[in-house]
Design a protein around this ligand. Structure first.
Ligand code: PXL
Length: 280
């Protein structure tokens, strides 16, 4: 059985980060170890959330794991709880990443704005983590912050390719922009692989509403797909299709949540699709 470790927060209510990564990766048949970066009462889109930083726990966890001789097939980092945790995530890669696929979701911003609690020193330091990853999966806001370029809502394909080239100039081999849309009603992901100098794209019909936490569902599914042996395109397809299905399940429920999607009800879809692709 393949094993992954994911480093991100626990938002006790909110359906994002570890509370989606853990069930999704487990359902995909991947043993999932976790490094919680912080415990929050809710994700940061609620007012008045509590925040307990777990930076001090990370080194003791890594030291114990080294003594135990654990290793992993994948390492996936998401929302980090402090500036110092960026170096700790680099340590995680250095100590356990030898044969692992290393995926960084530089969770820090959306819709042109940083999430509460993040600042420019954090953004700039995040470039160091992107430099030692195999694959990064930012949205366009995060990419703009990483590259110090203005966030654009209107763009064309050559602009997205230019952004992807600049992202791989940070040192990572593959950059994937999520939530890319060139025409109304279509949304998807656009990847650039520096080694093969090739692009991979996948687009879907856009659901009529956007929700929080879908970036984490996308990144978890994509990473799980790669660990299960899917190609880059297959993993991108699976992630885009599962997010779409999760939004669909949410919207057909009367009085649905507004803070996260019904990814749980879309799990049969995820598993069917994973096994179809894995057997091809
Ligand atoms: O979905 C990304 C994310 C993860 N963790 C926390 C967040 C967010 C987005 O706002 O607030 C705590």
């Amino acid at each position: 059985m393949k094993k992954i470790v994911t480093m991100q927060d626990i938002s006790c209510v909110g359906k994002c980060s570890l509370t989606v990564a853990l069930p999704i990766l487990s359902a995909m048949g991947v043993e999932t170890a976790v490094i919680p970066t912080a415990v929050l009462s809710t994700h940061t889109m609620f007012q008045g959330f509590t925040f307990h930083d777990l930076t001090g726990e990370v080194n003791p966890i890594l030291s114990h794991w080294q003594k135990e001789g654990f290793d992993f097939d994948g390492i996936y980092t998401g929302y980090l709880g402090s500036f110092e945790q960026i170096d700790l995530a680099k340590d995680l890669f250095a100590k356990f990443g030898e044969k692992a696929i290393k995926v960084v979701d530089p969770c820090m911003a959306d819709n042109g704005k940083l999430y509460p609690g993040f600042d420019l020193p954090f953004v700039h330091k995040m470039r160091d983590l992107c430099a030692v990853a195999d694959i990064i999966v930012p949205n366009l806001t995060e990419a703009s912050f990483l590259l110090d370029i203005p966030y654009r809502q209107e763009y064309d394909e050559s602009y997205i390719q230019e952004v992807l080239h600049k992202l791989t100039d940070l040192g990572v081999n593959t950059a994937i922009l999520t939530g890319v849309s060139f025409e109304k009603g279509k949304i998807g992901a656009y990847a650039y692989d520096k080694r093969s100098d090739s692009y991979t794209t996948y687009f879907n019909e856009e659901e009529p509403q956007h929700f929080h936490g879908t970036g984490d569902i996308w990144a978890s599914t994509f990473t799980g797909g790669l660990i299960r042996g899917l190609s880059l395109l297959e993993a991108m397809q699976l992630a885009c299709d599962y997010v779409k299905e999760s939004i669909h399940k949410t919207l057909i429920e009367e009085n649905h949540n507004i803070y996260g999607v019904n990814f749980e009800q879309a799990m049969p879809f995820l598993i069917d699709n994973l096994y179809q692709k894995a057997q091809q």
